[in-house]
Each structure stands twice: as structure tokens, then as C-alpha cells.
Design a protein around this ligand. Structure first.
Ligand code: NAD
Length: 268
């Protein structure tokens, strides 16, 4: 089978660079185009500057040109950029992998509408391990539903501006859903002073921030006489890039539709 003709958006960004490296290392993918925002210093340069060598692909802001003849666009940018790229993908008949986060309702509606014409994998976390952790969490919650206190502990680098992380909240949702609880009603996001005894039906969150931690998540079930801990640790952005390429390969030839990483990994 011929290599997947892959266009990467936001190539000057942290994820864009990780994606260029991942494509360069994957014989099943071939770099077909490299996009960056208008006005970026990188425009016109060879995309290989970020992946250790020449790629023969010049960085451009012209999405229509970059997408001509492409199989897929991999987009980890900003919502406004993704929405413009969606239209370009529809016109070029290319699939799109969306890792960008922070869409409002209109942005999500635009993604759903585009999925009627092209294949889309849209996921807040492309790590294979994190998606597996979500599934294991649901299983564990059902088995440990009675007599175990549930706490979610996450750690991220010092530049992260929101807490708890989207992944920690996703874990909370997964566990609450498996137990038939409403996360809004049972979540406890911080403890200080005289808090009183722990209520058994709560799900607690604890946040650590520091240094260059890429992302750690632990789901703790604390019972009497034993504890079960499910932990995932991301050590580099390569994990998200590899997950995104895995999704791009899975999507090829599948036809229009909106999918997430649980579809890609057969975890539904
Ligand atoms: P970054 O700031 O390092 O890079 C953003 C890139 O987007 C840059 O190359 C920038 O030039 C480009 N960009 C910004 N505005 C643009 C516009 N209007 N048009 C075209 N290009 C534009 O950010 P990052 O850390 O690489 O993260 C990018 C996105 O991916 C964020 O939304 C982040 O939350 C998300 N993310 C998702 C996952 C996941 O697994 N789904 C993992 C990591 C990051």
C-alpha cells in the first residue's frame, strides 16, 4: 500500500513539530504538505527544519494548495484555524484528524457538519494509553463501586493555565457515568481547613503543577485494607503525535463520519 499523503498544520507549534518528527519516522506516512499561520516566520522554509533534515516540502499558509492530492490533514492548532481548515478539507476531499481543543458550540457544530462529507477523528487526548486508562477506569469503577473512595490526582508542567486537566475531568466523567453519578454533584475540587469526614459518594480531584511534567494521571480507589491505583504518565508529546497518525491510518478508506480515539482503538 502506498504511504498516506499527510499534511500537518501548525508546524511551528509544539505539537506540529512532534507530528513532523512522527511522520518522518513512520514509513506508512509521507509528508505531503506543511501549514502554518499567515505571518509566521517559518513560511517558505523547508518543513525539515523541525524534523532533522530536508523534507522537500515548503511551509505555506495556503491550505488549498497544500491539500491538493492529500489523504489527510493532521490539525493541532487553534479552533479558528481548524474551522478554516475544515472547509479546505471538504473541498479537497481530504480527511482530518483534529487534536485542537477549546471549541465552542459553533465550532463543534461545524465539525459535525463537515463529517457528513469527510472522515474526521476528533479527540481531546490522542494518547493510546490515556484512552485505555479511560476504559479500564470504567471497568474498575463498576467492580469497586461499594466501599472504595475515588480520588483523581493529576500533575502537569508549570505553564498549564487550567485545572484540573481536561483528561482528569474526562476520567471523572467516565467513572461517574459507570457508577450512575452526576459528576457536577459529586466532584470535590479542593480541600482546606476543617473539611469534615470524607463523604463516600464523592469523587475527589487533586492537582500538582511544576517543572516540565508532560502529564501524569492517577485514579485511586482507596478501600479498607487495600488500594487500587491506575496510573498513566506521558513523558513526551510524541505519544499524542503517534496516536494521531494511528488515527489517520485507521480513517483511510473508511468514508465520511465523526469518530474518536475509542473508535480507533475498538474500545467502545
Ligand atoms: P502551540 O501554541 O505550540 O502551536 C499552535 C500552532 O498553531 C502554531 O504553529 C501556530 O502557528 C498555529 N496557529 C495558531 N493560530 C493559527 C491560525 N489562526 N491559523 C493557522 N495556524 C495557527 O500549541 P500546541 O501545544 O502545539 O497545541 C496545539 C493544540 O493542540 C492546542 O489546542 C492543544 O490544547 C492541543 N493538544 C491536543 C492534544 C490531544 O491529544 N488532543 C495534545 C496536545 C495538545
Amino acid at each position: 500500500m502506498s504511504a498516506l499523503k499527510t499534511v500537518i498544520a501548525g508546524v511551528s507549534g509544539r505539537m506540529g513539530r512532534a507530528l513532523l518528527e512522527a511522520v518522518a519516522a513512520d514509513p506508512a506516512c509521507a509528508l505531503h504538505g506543511a501549514l502554518d499561520r499567515a505571518g509566521s516566520q517559518t513560511l517558505g522554509q523547508d518543513a525539515g527544519i523541525y524534523a532533522g533534515g530536508k523534507s522537500g516540502v515548503a511551509i505555506t499558509e495556503q491550505a488549498a494548495m497544500a491539500l491538493t492530492g492529500a489523504d489527510v490533514l493532521v490539525d493541532f492548532t487553534r479552533p479558528e484555524a481548524t474551522c478554516a481548515y475544515l472547509d479546505a478539507c471538504r473541498q479537497a476531499g481530504a480527511n482530518i484528524i483534529i487534536g485542537t481543543t477549546g471549541f465552542d458550540a459553533a465550532g463543534k457544530a461545524a465539525i459535525e457538519a463537515a463529517a457528513k462529507e469527510i472522515g474526521i477523528v476528533f479527540a481531546p487526548n490522542f494518547s493510546v494509553g490515556v484512552n485505555l486508562l479511560m476504559k479500564l477506569s470504567e471497568m474498575a469503577a463498576r467492580v469497586l463501586a461499594e466501599g472504595y473512595d475515588i480520588e483523581i490526582i493529576e500533575a502537569h508542567h508549570r505553564h498549564k493555565v487550567d485545572a484540573p486537566s481536561g483528561t482528569a475531568l474526562g476520567l471523572g466523567q467516565a467513572v461517574a457515568g459507570a457508577l450512575g453519578r452526576d459528576l457536577k454533584a459529586c466532584a470535590v475540587y479542593g480541600r482546606e481547613g476543617v473539611t469534615g469526614e470524607r463523604r463516600p459518594d464523592t469523587i475527589g480531584f487533586a492537582t500538582v503543577r511544576g517543572g516540565d511534567i508532560v502529564g501524569d494521571h492517577t485514579l485511586l480507589f482507596a478501600g479498607v485494607g487495600e488500594r487500587v491505583e491506575l496510573t498513566h504518565k506521558a513523558s513526551s508529546r510524541a505519544t499524542f503525535a503517534q496516536g494521531a497518525l494511528r488515527a489517520a491510518k485507521w480513517l483511510q478508506g473508511r468514508g465520511p463520519g465523526l469518530y474518536d480515539m475509542r473508535d480507533v482503538l475498538s474500545l467502545k
